[in-house]
Design a binder for this molecule. Structure first.
Ligand code: SF4
Length: 481
């Protein structure tokens, strides 16, 4: 049998995009190590894209290595408008795709921003199926209606913010939203109520980087001695200048009860050049990490790779530079249909992350977000994928699959539902450390359900009935324990 892959893909990456089939044999009792049939393994996670792969894009054909590795050049050449996208790939991408993307930009509820680095890892011969294109470049033809239960701030972060930009939901942890911009904009961003520019559909909450606003957040943290764990996010801390990284990090470390800080950034996945060429930013992160270590406090970087194609030799160089200075990096992926919802893609992602010293920490089932129903998948898919990846590698390098429940129940282990009806796509969870008296929900995308059930989701009475029935079953199950 022969296999084919796109010219700018490694064979491993091509394999990661093919569908999976899983044959299950009945258990026949214990076997010794020699007679057991072991699943085939490969080391293809080590086959990173090498060389000057960006030169395949007409707009970058003359860009030399030093220029492509310069984060300032990357920033100056980001794609934010369809005209620039067309300029970059006009002789490469099919004409129908270019028209589709142009219309997609007009309809997008989220700002569009794509780095030349990401543009260079997209397979422009097959852009409709490409897992990186899917995440960042909207297509009009892929737009399908939102879930009826969607709200703009579906996790109720604003409701759980006692002061502007500080989400305090869990007993010992808070989320510090330091700014509202990112090096790229992801179509599926949960925080699209605040992140990015206003769009036709959405007037965003203003969370720009404002040190006087931060003072109220610091005051709240100081007044709450239970808070030990701070996630500094946004937006994305990649966009904070070095002086703000240093000031914010050292200020949080100075609060006696703050024991752990996590800087959240998608940067390593979309612009690894910054770690290699922005010495001031890199030094600021390392200074906060080293200061924390001397104070016996933990400071880590949390990042967000979703597909193995995002990891190239440039990523490896950037992760090596952080690793050499003792910076711990953990990854939080989002499970996305057409991106990483196959066994092959998820396995390769996990192994490849481990090979560049990034710990796969979480895989989030995708939140309900405006305009991304084409990317959401079912909770059942997450449960099966978890089964397929557990045992692949060391436990500390195996992600936990979680659901961030609607309305602010917080993250729950995907398996811990009280009730899940795969037919109607309604899952019910409890969250005893957030609110022991409430039940919280997750809803599968309607388009993934059977046609007769999809029709029911069009009817408001049926919507209520299906949700009510799931809640009743969950309550009955709880009462019987
Ligand atoms: S980088 Fe994070 S905060 Fe920014 S758009 Fe993507 S998911 Fe949202």
């Amino acid at each position: 049998m022969t296999t084919s892959h796109a010219p700018n893909q490694t064979p491993a990456e091509a394999a990661a995009e093919s569908p999976s089939t899983v044959a299950i044999e009945p258990a026949v009792g214990a076997s010794n190590g020699e007679s057991r049939t072991r699943p085939p393994t490969t080391n293809n996670h080590r086959d990173l894209r090498e060389g000057e792969f960006w030169r395949r894009i007409p707009a970058y054909a003359d860009i030399d290595r030093a220029t492509f590795l310069d984060h300032r050049w990357q920033g100056r050449n980001v794609i934010t408008k369809s005209t620039r996208l067309i300029e970059a790939v006009k002789d490469l991408a099919p004409a129908n795709f270019v028209r589709d993307a142009e219309a997609g930009f007009q309809m997008a509820p989220m700002s569009v921003r794509v780095t030349p680095y990401l543009m260079s890892v997209i397979d422009w011969d097959h852009p409709y199926d490409d897992p990186v294109r899917t995440q960042f470049i909207p297509l009009a033809s892929h737009r399908i209606p939102d879930h009826p239960n969607l709200t703009l701030d579906s996790l109720n972060e604003q409701g759980d913010s006692p002061v502007m930009g500080l989400v305090h939901r869990y007993p010992d942890k808070a989320l510090f939203l330091a700014l509202n911009t990112c090096p790229v904009y992801c179509r599926f961003c949960t925080r699209s109520y605040a992140v990015g520019l206003d769009t036709e559909d959405v007037d965003k909450l203003d969370l720009h980087a404002d040190t006087s606003r931060w003072e109220s957040d610091f005051a709240y943290i100081e007044a709450h001695p239970d808070l030990e764990d701070l996630v500094v996010s946004g937006g994305d801390v990649y966009n904070l200048p070095a002086k703000h990284i240093r000031a914010l990090g050292l200020r949080l470390l100075s609060i006696p009860h703050v024991q752990r800080i996590r800087f959240a950034t998608k940067g390593p996945a979309v612009l690894p050049q910054k770690i290699l060429s922005d010495e001031a930013w890199f030094d600021a992160i390392v200074e906060v990490v080293e200061t924390g270590r001397r104070m016996h406090k933990d400071v880590a970087l949390h990042t967000h790779f979703n597909h193995p194609n995002e990891i190239t030799w440039i990523t490896r160089a950037a992760m090596n530079k952080l690793h050499e200075r003792g910076v711990v990096i953990r990854n939080q992926s989002v499970l996305l249909r057409g991106v990483n919802d196959t066994v092959e893609a998820m396995r390769l992602l996990i192994k490849r992350l481990g090979s560049v010293n990034v710990h796969p920490y979480y895989v989030y089932v995708c939140d309900l977000v405006h305009g991304v129903e084409d990317m959401r998948t079912t909770l059942a898919t997450a449960l099966e994928l978890e089964k397929q990846v557990r045992g692949l590698t060391a436990g500390f390098n195996t992600p936990t699959f979680v659901v961030d429940t609607l309305g602010g129940g917080g993250k729950r282990d995907a398996h811990s539902f009280e009730y899940y009806d795969q037919t109607t796509g309604v899952a019910v969870y409890r969250s005893p450390n957030v609110d022991p008296d409430r039940l919280f929900y997750y809803f599968d995308p309607v388009c993934q359900l059977a046609p007769d059930v999809q029709a029911k989701w069009q009817d408001p009475v049926e919507q209520k009935r299906m949700t009510f029935e799931a809640r009743s079953r969950a309550q009955a199950g709880l009462a019987s324990r």
